[in-house]
Design a binder for this molecule. Structure first.
Ligand code: ATP
Length: 304
């Protein structure tokens, strides 16, 4: 694996405010990485440091072996702010080509690049349309296309699905997942569950401090598995009833209507058994995740 980003004891202070406190992490090439944390946790500060917009108070940061903001990184790292917008007066292909030219491409190359990135985000047919003619979700796809101009190795997306309805948000996550062979994505969000299935590596910031969470992989040959079941309603005796199922070693309620089940793996997949059991009991379920939800990994792992 190759290391894209290495942060060591990174600290950023704004006056007396400690926005990042002795943060160290490594990001490898590959699957998307989540940067999550509540408002004021330090996510934007970390993005700004990675882009080279601001300098750390202490510590070191290396991106592809270079200092953030150095000219060697031009075109290798791109960042998309949450409120990225297109000019309503010009077609999207025109504007994307313009961004290509800003990156040093010739007029012809930049037009080909605009079409390439629009194809990547599934919008080649909308090339001649203006941003105002597109839906919110389509506009978001175009901005992701913009971030891919010049084939950067690292793409940072700030709150990529903010303001989108659940269907468009899912489409964007799907798109990022599909594009993961093109670039390594770092996605920031204050919502842990949003990046649940997408990211294999979670950087969790809270009050400037970092904890890292490699996503648990239940297909690693271990005999114990976990399932997180979110029911639609509060039903009676759910914990006790699931606990009584064959192969279940532990059940606990992680939050209202959500249960984490630890079970011993057997020939019959336990998720199927559990879904059949929900059906028999008349329990309607909202979500079933194989493994812990990220939220449970981060906040409640010690209770399992
Ligand atoms: N330029 C600045 N001057 C002073 N304090 C700042 C500055 N930038 C950020 N901070 C403070 O640093 C802390 C981290 O802010 P940051 O914007 O990085 O958080 P965030 O995780 O991006 O939050 P949000 O999700 O609300 O955007 C906050 O307490 C914020 O008030």
């Amino acid at each position: 694996m190759s290391t894209l980003i290495q942060a060591t004891a990174l600290t950023k202070q704004f006056g007396s405010k400690l926005a990042l406190d002795n943060v160290s992490f490594e990001i490898q090439k590959g699957a998307p990485v989540a940067l999550v944390g509540p408002n004021g946790a330090g996510k934007t500060t970390l993005f700004s440091l990675l882009c080279g917009y601001i300098l750390p108070t202490k510590g070191t940061l290396s991106i592809l072996g270079y200092n953030p903001g150095s000219s060697e990184l031009f075109g290798k790292l791109s960042a998309l702010p949450q409120d990225a917008q297109f000019d309503p007066r010009f077609s999207i292909s025109h504007q994307l080509a313009f961004y290509g030219q800003l990156q040093g491409l010739s007029s012809k190359q930049s037009q080909a690049e605009a079409i390439r990135v629009l194809e990547l985000v599934g919008l080649a047919e909308a090339a001649k349309q203006r941003a105002d003619d597109l839906s919110h979700g389509m506009r978001k796809r175009v901005t992701i296309g913009q971030a891919l101009i010049g084939k950067p190795q690292i793409v940072m997306l700030d709150e990529a699905t903010a303001g989108l309805d659940p269907i468009h948000a899912r489409e964007i996550r799907q798109l990022v997942s599909e594009l993961s062979s093109e670039a390594t994505f770092i996605l920031s969000s204050h919502d842990l569950t949003e990046l649940e299935r997408l990211c294999s590596h979670v950087l969790h910031l809270d009050k400037g401090k970092l904890t890292e969470h490699p996503k648990q992989n239940n297909s690693n040959g271990q005999q114990t598995g976990f399932i997180t079941l979110l029911l639609n309603e509060q039903y009676a005796d759910v914990e006790a009833k699931i606990q009584a199922l064959a192969g279940v070693s532990k059940v606990y309620m992680s939050q209202a209507k959500e249960y984490v089940v630890e079970y011993q793996k057997a020939a019959t997949p336990f998720d199927i058994t559990l879904l059949q059991y929900c059906y028999q009991q008349g329990w309607r379920y909202r979500q079933l995740v194989n493994g812990h939800t990220l939220e449970n990994q981060i906040f409640k792992q010690e209770t399992v």
